[in-house]
Design a protein. Structure first.
Lengths: 145, 81
């Protein structure tokens, strides 16, 4: 019993992740795991989702192993209220949906990847990126400025 | 690469739990069915590659300047509501 308690306390120990946005404090309970990683980043499996008041409504997916890798993300419905992709049975998972944001190519466009959303199970804190079979939603949906 | 010849209706097993079925052919097109466990993602090669590239673009687009851009955009999106 005592040992269990110690372990539980251990997970609450605050850690610091140094990022471009400054130091981010987190503990083990904040970790979101991607058992399969993101496409192209299969080896990065642990992230935290960080919200900073300066970037609302965007959030940040910050990699823990190794640190440095980061993605801006957003709940797609904030930009595209009728975003309601059909997710086939095999991929049905999670209760929170986010999409990855790509900032500014040469023309300075900011786009959302609506074709491959991230699904997060907020209870288990497991997440995965899925590729929609249906091609209705684009890889680069531009946020009009 | 292992190359196998199959007829329509025949299939190939990969490991214990993946099955690929040749459903029909039409000219140069082949319709293929895949039976795989839930943790195995199955995609057309082209779209898979596009998603990988887009993730690389997203991660690679982060700079002090681009991050500021996102900051200013936050106001624009909020204004829409």
């Amino acid at each position: 019993m005592i040992r269990q308690k110690e372990e539980a306390e251990k997970t609450k120990e605050k850690k610091i992740l140094e990022t471009r946005l400054g130091n981010v404090e987190y503990d083990d309970n904040d970790i979101v795991s991607f058992p399969e990683g993101l496409y192209g980043y299969e080896e990065y499996k642990r992230y935290i989702i960080f919200q900073h008041k300066d970037y609302v409504p965007f959030s940040w997916l910050l990699s823990l192993d190794p640190p440095g890798l980061m993605f801006p993300i957003i709940q797609p419905k904030i930009v595209v209220p009728d975003y309601n992709p059909k997710i086939n049975g095999n991929s049905k998972f999670g209760d929170v949906m986010m999409v990855i944001v790509t900032i500014g190519d040469k023309e300075g466009r900011v786009t959302l990847n609506l074709r491959a959303p991230i699904l997060i199970d907020s209870k288990t804190r497991e997440a995965r990126q899925i590729i929609l079979t249906d091609s209705t939603y684009p890889l680069r949906y531009e946020i009009k400025q | 690469m292992l190359v196998l010849t199959r007829r329509v209706g025949e299939s190939i097993h990969i490991g214990d739990d993946i099955k690929v079925v040749i459903i029909s052919t039409h000219g140069q097109s082949v319709k293929v069915g895949v039976v795989a466990p839930r943790n195995v993602a199955v995609h057309r090669e082209e779209i898979y590659q596009k998603i990988v590239e887009e993730n690389h673009r997203a991660a690679g687009s982060i700079s002090d300047e681009s991050v500021k851009k996102l900051q200013s955009l936050g106001g624009v999106i909020d204004g829409k509501d």
